[in-house]
Design a protein around this ligand. Structure first.
Ligand SMILES: [Zn+2]
Length: 65
């Protein structure tokens, strides 16, 4: 699990809504690494529990990774 920046709501006013941060599991990061329509903008670093304990894309729990 890594903390990532995702593509959000581009019509939103705030940058935090346009580019929300969320935890994404390693499988999803790997899966989207080469795809052109990846929902991931950037991988920021290590997992941060303040953003929740589940992958934002597949909803796997940190304990199941
Ligand atoms: Zn995932």
């Amino acid at each position: 699990m890594q903390l990532c920046t995702l593509w959000g709501d581009m019509s939103a006013d705030r940058a935090s809504d346009q580019y929300p941060q969320a935890n994404v599991c390693d499988e999803c990061i790997k899966h989207h690494a080469d795809s052109e329509d990846s929902p991931i903008v950037a991988v920021n670093g290590s997992y941060d529990s303040s953003y929740g304990e589940e992958c934002a894309l597949c909803e796997i729990h940190i304990s199941e990774e």
